[in-house]
Design a protein around this ligand. Structure first.
Ligand SMILES: [Zn+2]
Ligand SMILES: [Zn+2]
Length: 351
């Protein structure tokens, strides 16, 4: 075991404070990583403040962070795919049972026995896992991703959660050249959705509540931007979308978007509104449309996504902050006051 500097919260109402956590010494298949950047995901805030107490009660002290990019500092004797100096990433999972049908299929995100990167029982040290708001982490090589060295590491960090969460359903539902794709919401997830749909060759329409965000959507790669509050603008697209990615985490009218799908079109939810959404049955059955959801992605597909980002020069648009500003960043996140993701420069931990 060794000690690593980190930032943690001591309770659901505490501000973040500097702390020291234990990390295991790398075993045979482990990779030790010096963390360079960690993105701030909305899940970090939910867990730190114990807002998901029913599904995932927070254990304190809590060190969030699952959008990790860093450099390999040490590898176990059995590690074959990484060496010190490699630029790598770690996302939402650090282990799974490796034996269930989902794991065998490379779909570890559906394994009933995944170990999440933070606030999950730690098989090695007991207690719970600690996330990326730290100077260092030790992860089994199967859950370590190669990050193309051409990518800016600060902007690459959010690819590990926001990136794969938007990329995976687009691949699953066949987003490609010739398809018309909508992206609802232009936050951390939505802005990645626009970039991916554009890079996959689709005709991309971004939906936003504020006309002020239209221009930003076009800059991100959207071919059109629609103000969702404007019924005339919405009506013009009725029955025309092959696929819509819905990234909105607040209550909203999903029926309005179902109406915009073509026959057999699909709308996939990647945001998680707290209250159930109202779904008009006629919207689905007329047109054989479907509504589904999707969580992150498997390790194999996450690597595919990172390689795709390397080939297409895709990173998240980030505002880099020192870790001392993480509380302020959470408040701004709640006001959607960030274009489009915070990325913590972990060098600030050494200040
Ligand atoms: Zn996340
Ligand atoms: Zn499994």
């Amino acid at each position: 075991m060794y000690n690593a500097k980190a930032y943690s919260v001591a309770s659901s109402t505490s501000p973040f404070a500097r702390t020291t956590i234990a990390r295991r010494d790398p075993t045979g298949h482990d990779v030790q990583i010096e963390i360079l950047f960690c993105g701030i995901c909305h899940s970090d805030l939910h867990v730190a403040r114990n807002e998901w107490s029913v599904a995932m009660p927070a254990v304190y002290p809590c060190v969030p962070g699952h959008e990790i990019v860093g450099r390999v500092t040490k590898v176990g004797s059995g590690v074959t795919r990484f060496k010190p100096g490699d630029l790598v990433g770690v996302g939402c999972m650090v282990d799974s049972d490796r034996t269930c049908p989902e794991c065998q299929a490379g779909l570890e995100q559906f394994c009933p026995n995944t170990t999440l990167t933070y606030n999950s029982p730690d098989k090695h040290l007991g207690g719970v896992t600690y996330g990326g708001y730290s100077e260092s982490v030790v992860v089994d090589e199967h859950f370590v991703l190669r990050v193309p060295p051409s990518l800016d590491p600060a902007g690459a960090a959010p690819l590990l959660c926001a990136g794969i969460t938007t990329y995976s359903p687009m691949r699953h539902w066949g987003v490609t050249k010739g398809k018309k794709v909508g992206v609802v919401g232009l936050g951390g997830l939505g802005h990645m959705g626009v970039k991916f749909a554009h890079a996959l060759g689709a005709h991309v329409v971004a939906f936003t509540r504020s006309p002020a965000k239209k221009e930003a959507a076009l800059r991100l790669g959207a071919d059109e931007a629609v103000v969702s509050r404007n019924p005339d603008e919405m009506k013009r697209h009725a029955g025309s979308f092959d696929f819509i990615l819905d990234t909105v985490a607040a209550d909203h009218d999903v029926g309005a978007y179902i109406q915009l799908l073509c026959r057999d079109g699909n709308i996939t939810l990647v945001g998680a509104p707290a209250k159930p959404l109202a779904v008009p049955a006629f919207g689905l059955l007329l047109g054989r449309r479907s509504l589904s959801g999707s969580p992150i992605g498997g390790i194999r597909e996450t690597q595919e996504m990172l390689d795709f980002c390397g080939a297409h020069h895709i990173t998240a648009d980030v505002e880099v902050i020192p870790i001392q500003k993480v509380d302020e960043a959470y408040e701004r996140l709640l006001r959607s006051d960030v274009r489009y993701r915070f990325s913590i420069d972990m060098a600030s931990l050494r200040l």
